[in-house]
Unconditional design. Structure first.
Length: 355
């Protein structure tokens, strides 16, 4: 049993903690928070031992009626591995704490790649994280791109990827972010940081990326043009992607014409928090002109990296091979949507009946 601590219990941390609780080979030994907000109270209600991420703020938890199990350095000392889900830049500062206690750690994609020994995507480079002490799960956008690139590279070979990323301005709770009424090239220079980040997974890949930020909170949307090394048909590509458990090819006829309806779809199906762990590719957008493939996909920025964090733990401890780990993660979380959405609903409701 792998003893796991989660440092940071916000958008990603609370989802990672729930995912760890669902694993038969892992034990969540505690979570760390900087303040006793509503998320801290929720964690306690779920039975998660609470640790103070900032020792000086320990009295605030007592005032809020939250009993602490200790301070963050105690959590780090007791854990076999820490999943750091703190805001961008804080994880890099925390590495010294993890090194002091000789505790391996997983960082999130908001950190620079050099914070870890390897950048990780389960579908693309699972074995690279074996026996690593520090692993970085790449960002939501890089995860989404990597999940598409990996099967295309294996099946056809990839000559070049061109991607335009239309990104949400902020998560639903991030009311300090924007834009409010604007459309921003972000960054204005080309490429955006996403292309270089994808190359931490696929070092030899030719990729150009452009980024935009829009006044939305729901999801990111990618417009992809991939030049393949072999001539293919759109039907063959669609069949290939439909075989990927972490890719959902949206069937025509469901009336899902945007991110808002995708979120409704997830909520109606009983997904916890309306999460979509899968890339959501519009099937009717898949088109081929010669060797050029085109498609649109939506990426739920709050949840698509959650399965990757679980697989990264198993890779670091070398407890499962890629296929077995991904299948176990997908089964315990309820990842995977068949062509029949009723199957998705039944699976999701069964897996999360107690959520």
């Amino acid at each position: 049993m792998i003893r796991v601590g989660v440092n940071g219990y916000g958008t990603i941390g609370k989802r990672v903690a729930d995912a760890i609780e669902a694993q038969p080979d892992m034990e969540l030994i505690g979570v760390a928070k900087t303040q006793p907000n509503f998320e801290a109270h929720t964690a306690v209600e779920r039975g998660y031992p609470m640790y103070a991420a900032i020792p000086e703020r320990s009295p605030l938890f007592a005032e809020a009626g939250i009993d602490l199990a200790g301070e963050v350095d105690e959590l780090v000392a007791e854990a076999d591995v820490i999943v750091d889900c703190t805001p961008s830049g804080i994880g890099a500062q925390n590495r010294e704490l993890y090194e002091t206690h000789h505790t391996p750690a997983i960082f999130q994609g908001g950190e620079d790649a050099d914070v870890a020994d390897v950048s990780f995507n389960a579908r693309s480079n699972f074995d690279a994280a074996r026996d690593a002490d520090y692993v970085r799960v790449v960002s939501c956008n890089t995860t989404g791109l990597s999940r598409i690139i990996a099967p295309l590279e294996e099946e056809y070979g990839v000559e070049k990827v061109r991607a335009t990323l239309v990104r949400r301005g902020g998560d639903p709770g991030q009311n300090s972010r924007g834009p409010i009424n604007d459309i921003l090239p972000n960054p204005i220079k080309v490429p955006s940081h996403h292309g270089p980040d994808v190359k931490t997974i696929f070092p030899d890949l030719e990729i150009d990326t452009l980024g935009l930020k829009v006044p939305a909170t729901l999801m990111h949307v990618h417009a992809l043009n991939v030049t393949l090394e072999d001539d293919v048909t759109g039907a063959h590509v669609r069949q290939l992607l439909e075989g990927e458990d972490r890719v959902y090819v949206i069937p025509e006829g469901l009336g899902i014409d945007g991110a808002g309806k995708l979120k409704d779809f997830a909520l109606d199906a009983g997904r916890p928090r309306g999460d979509m762990w899968e890339n959501c590719v519009w099937g009717e957008s898949i088109g081929v002109n010669g060797r050029d493939l085109y498609l649109f996909q939506a990426i739920h920025q709050e949840s698509d990296v959650i399965p990757e964090n679980i697989d990264a733990i198993r890779a670091m401890f070398d407890t499962e091979d890629k296929r077995d780990s991904m299948e176990l993660t997908d089964r315990t979380l309820g990842v995977g949507i068949s062509g029949d959405p009723s199957g998705f609903s039944e699976q999701a409701r069964a897996e999360f009946a107690d959520d």
